[in-house]
Design a binder for this molecule. Sequence first.
Ligand SMILES: NC(=O)c1ccc[n+]([C@@H]2O[C@H](COP(=O)([O-])OP(=O)(O)OC[C@H]3O[C@@H](n4cnc5c(N)ncnc54)[C@H](O)[C@@H]3O)[C@@H](O)[C@H]2O)c1
Length: 356
Amino acid sequence: MSSERLGVAVVGAGYWGPNLIRNFRGSVDWDLVAVCDLDTDRARGVVGERSGVEITASLDEVLARDDVDAVAIATPARTHRAIATAALQAGKHVLVEKPLADSVAAGREMVDLARSQGLVLMADHTYCYTPVVQRIAELVAEGALGEILFVDSVRINLGLVQPDVDVFWDLAPHDLSVLDRILPDGLRPLGVAAQGADPVGAGKACVGYLSLPLPGGALAHVHVNWLSPTKIRQMVIGGSERTLVWDDLNPQQRLSVFDRGVDLVQQSVDSADRRTASIAYRLGDTWAPALPEREALSEMVAELARSIRERRAPQTDGGAGLRVLSVLEAAATSLRARGALVDVMSTDQPELEIIR
Ligand SMILES: NC(=O)c1ccc[n+]([C@@H]2O[C@H](COP(=O)([O-])OP(=O)(O)OC[C@H]3O[C@@H](n4cnc5c(N)ncnc54)[C@H](O)[C@@H]3O)[C@@H](O)[C@H]2O)c1
């Protein structure tokens, strides 16, 4: 296992690309060797004049370089498949911004190609690399919450109406990727029901609600919204033993653990077959776990390097990206069917794992 630096090229230096560029540059694992953008002036503005980093509009030039081990793609979702395919065919490991692609079919092609080439394909599900989500995942995995009963996720503020995607494809990948990271069985809902509204006539849903029934009877709900004057980024994860509240806009207490819950004391069935439940409420302490302050993207680029060196799938691999895509695609079908509950296509492909 080598500890030599790996070479990376970033494709796309628009709004998000500069964050990747900054984190690759600040990493002991990586050498940023090239930045590729159709708009080379923009790329030069991000990289700076006096640097040895190649600036180019040509992906072919980047892929021809021997010192590029990995390509990080921060271009619009509709371009991910073509760029990732070219990079994988050139033998490069690939990091792709969320969402992995603009359809399940495109994402699946990318996952299959990476597997057949024996290369890493990673989705940048940024929130999964925050200390708070990693702590939530640990608490869930160690059983601190008991059974998960419900999840309620709200991500609303005055957001830019995106030219090519609706609010579900823009914002919900964050919530869905976090669910994939923290739920004991990952993001494998029994279905999805989506409702969206376009009250300002933008031509696409600007307000959206997703309901996701989960195995075991729990329900997850996601509210995404570009039209809210108040900014809320909150997730409540209710368990039979404890409930977590993650308030991402409260750095002093990002995560609260409520040692409270409800117990079903007894359930009776009367002569008319009506069920009556007797519920007891448990009241306990509320506490806030200490969390390190660390930028998620620095951990994300470190995980990309580790997965390449250890020749293993990264924490947010192409499969995680596909599970998110399959919910987004089912949500689009549900929207067209006026909010009907729609099956979510399984994207698990165990047979391919065995072949490799
Ligand atoms: N992880 C996160 O939290 C997060 C946040 C915002 C955006 N994103 C994702 O990042 C990606 C990019 O979003 P953005 O808001 O930065 O978009 P953007 O439009 O601001 O920037 C895209 C850049 O890519 C360049 N580009 C487009 N096609 C290209 C091609 N074929 N070759 C080279 N360059 C090309 C454009 O010139 C532009 O500079 C999207 O997938 C988006 O969902 C992720």
